[in-house]
Design a protein around this ligand. Structure first.
Ligand code: SF4
Ligand code: SF4
Length: 100
């Protein structure tokens, strides 16, 4: 069962910023790692508060190179790499118990 955490972004990742994403797919098309769900689906999961789904994608989140190929070509100026870094930090803290 999927649990929705409606305060996920505000409380857990307050600097996360994907509100301008228009789901155009440029990021997915250009990603050299061919990371399927990133960033479009993942960012939607974060905004909707689907924390469990985000954590399920941890391996994918950590496989990102942070190369910013997607970000440099994003027509909406979404800070994709920084968003992914924030998600990694959240997973490291809540799942792996690091940085507490
Ligand atoms: S390129 Fe930018 S606007 Fe397009 S889907 Fe990716 S994050 Fe969203
Ligand atoms: S920053 Fe990550 S998601 Fe974006 S193009 Fe590079 S590897 Fe892919």
């Amino acid at each position: 069962m999927t649990i929705i955490n409606i305060s996920f972004v505000e409380s857990a990742i307050p600097r996360f910023d994907a509100a301008a994403c228009m789901n155009c797919g440029v990021c997915t098309a250009l990603c050299p790692m061919e990371i399927g769900p990133l960033p479009r689906m993942l960012f939607r999961q974060v905004i909707l508060g689907l924390e469990d789904k985000v954590i399920e994608n941890a391996d994918t989140i950590f496989s990102c190179l942070l190369c910013k190929m997607c970000e440099a070509n994003c027509p909406a100026g979404v800070p994709i790499a920084e968003n992914l870094r924030l998600l990694r930090n959240h997973i490291n803290t809540t799942v792996h118990g690091l940085g507490r």
